[in-house]
Design a binder for this molecule. Structure first.
Ligand code: NAD
Length: 479
């Protein structure tokens, strides 16, 4: 069985003992083991990152960019291999890994390599002739912690801007999905990334993760994960005055007005609901539909949800793969039971999908659509993070805005209408970090990404990521 090693100071380092089982969720069986790292490994990795920082922080942008372009090129040449590994490790369909996870991971490196080549700082001259300019310096060793839903995509969304900015890092991927992060370390070596610039330590959150977050020589933490974990992290970081970026959970509204492009709204709502088994923080899981088209929308949406093939993640016909773990599957099924207790009607799905043969122990759940439930009940308020959505009618624009805003989270929202004035009014009234008008999950890496309320603190993307990984000093010079 494949045993992963940590990657510290440019070398693969094995642990003597203490490994964690890693499952292939589509068959429900252990297929690899990852190090259960502790404070000791984190300390070694931080020391390696500190040593590398002295040189990397002074390495010219053009050299840093060149290495990052090489990383992207090598990753691209191994796209199929990485997509297969991501699908096996996470349960997602091979198609999604091939078209979303790995291409976006490649682009993360290319985008930030290009970004640092084109960055410029403003200087100002005052009436009295004094000159002001900004000196930007990388902050040091960053702690990068990522979740299991888009493993390489979200990890590289942190590593790429971090090393582009001249920081070094210790990264801790999710214990559920460490495989592609491990494979990426080989690419770092091949691309000539100097030793210690990226260190990868595998292990569980409360142990390796907590040791990284509380390490006194790690002045900044970029975290993507659940809101409960984010709170704990924030508590650890506050007394140490660490710079923190928190990308947390979501329960995103998808608001559909009667004057929308109906077919497009239905098809995209299906993608927004069930892509990656609903395990995307941006999934549109609370669907609000204007009453005049509610029945028509529901009929079409449910018919299309029923057609989605659930099964072997590697079969090109499959649209919904396996959930990450048995425990997560039980949580998702628990919410469906709760919906029933709360009087909800299960329009389709509602059960574990039992497959035959090799996949009989896989963690599959049918795409599930729930109606007849109050928007204020738990199932419609809490993040389920699975292929489960609730659909609710509304009458007026004001009601739609109130319903969309009535949630502890504030990550994203989609609005569907062909009325330009209306979509602008609604988009500007909804309290989230990202609004998509007549589309979903279209990402321009230059614009700020992040949440409000319980969805997080801080913004990532383009210059916003650079602002996080660098410290800006203003220098004023007399004439
Ligand atoms: P999680 O919070 O359980 O774990 C995330 C990471 O934090 C993992 O690497 C884990 O090992 C680590 N961790 C756990 N406890 C820790 C601790 N005490 N100290 C340090 N690290 C610790 O989240 P998850 O279940 O892996 O991911 C799902 C969640 O992530 C969902 O809530 C989803 O909405 C959210 N998410 C948010 C975004 C976004 O951009 N806002 C993107 C993807 C996922």
């Amino acid at each position: 069985m494949l045993k992963l090693s940590n990657f510290i100071g440019g070398e693969f380092v094995s642990l003597q003992e203490n490994y964690i089982d890693s499952y292939d969720p589509s068959i429900g069986k252990v297929y690899a083991q990852i190090p259960d790292s502790s404070e000791h490994e984190i300390n070694l990795a931080v020391e390696a990152a500190q040593r590398a920082f002295h040189t990397w922080s002074k390495t010219p942008c053009s050299t840093r960019a060149q290495i990052m372009y090489r990383i992207a090129d090598i990753l691209e040449s191994k796209l199929d291999e990485f997509a297969l590994a991501e699908s096996r490790d996470q349960g997602k369909t091979l198609e999604f890994a091939k078209n979303a996870d790995i291409p976006r991971s490649i682009y993360n490196f290319r985008y930030f390599a290009g970004h640092i080549l084109h960055m410029e700082e403003k200087a100002t001259v005052m009436d009295n002739g004094f000159l002001n300019y900004v000196q930007r310096s990388p902050l040091g060793v960053a702690g990068l912690i990522s979740p299991w839903n888009l493993p390489l995509y979200l990890l590289t969304w942190k590593i790429a801007p971090c090393i582009a900015a001249g920081c070094t890092c210790v990264a801790k991927p999710s214990e559920f999905t460490s495989m592609t992060a491990y494979m990426l370390c080989d690419i770092f070596k091949q691309a000539g990334l100097p030793e210690g610039v990226v260190n990868m330590v595998f292990g569980i959150g409360p142990k390796a993760g907590q040791a990284l977050v509380s390490h006194p020589k790690v002045p900044l933490i970029s975290f993507t994960g659940g809101t409960v974990t984010g709170k704990k992290l924030y508590e650890t970081c506050a007394p140490l005055f660490k710079k923190v970026s928190l990308e947390l959970g979501g329960k995103n509204a998808n608001v559909i007005f009667e004057d929308c492009d109906f077919e497009k709204a239905v098809d995209t709502s299906i993608r927004a609901a069930f892509s990656n088994q609903g395990e995307i923080c941006l999934c549109g899981s609370r669907i609000f539909v204007q009453k005049s088209i509610y029945e028509k929308f529901l009929e079409s949406f449910v018919a299309k949800a029923r057609q989605l093939v659930v099964g072997d993640p590697r079969d090109p016909k499959t649209k919904v793969g396996a959930l990450i773990s048995e425990q997560h599957m039980e949580k998702v099924l628990g919410y469906i039971e709760l919906a029933k207790q709360e009087g909800g009607v299960i329009e389709c799905g509602g059960k574990r999908k039992q497959l035959d043969g090799e996949f009989s122990d896989g963690y599959f759940v049918e795409p599930t659509v729930i109606t007849n439930i109050s928007p204020s009940c738990r199932v419609a308020q809490e993040e389920i993070f699975g292929p489960v959505v609730t659909v609710h009618p509304f009458e007026t624009e004001e009601e739609a805005i109130d319903l969309a805003n009535d949630n502890q989270y504030g990550l994203s929202c989609s609005v569907w209408s062909e009325n330009g004035k209306r979509v602008r009014r609604v988009a500007e009234s909804i309290k989230v970090g990202y609004v998509w008008i007549n589309c979903w999950m279209v990402r321009d890496l230059r614009v700020p990404f992040g949440g409000v309320k319980q969805s997080g603190i801080g913004r990532e993307g383009g210059e916003y990521s650079m602002n996080f990984f660098t410290e800006m000093k203003s220098i004023c010079m007399a004439n």
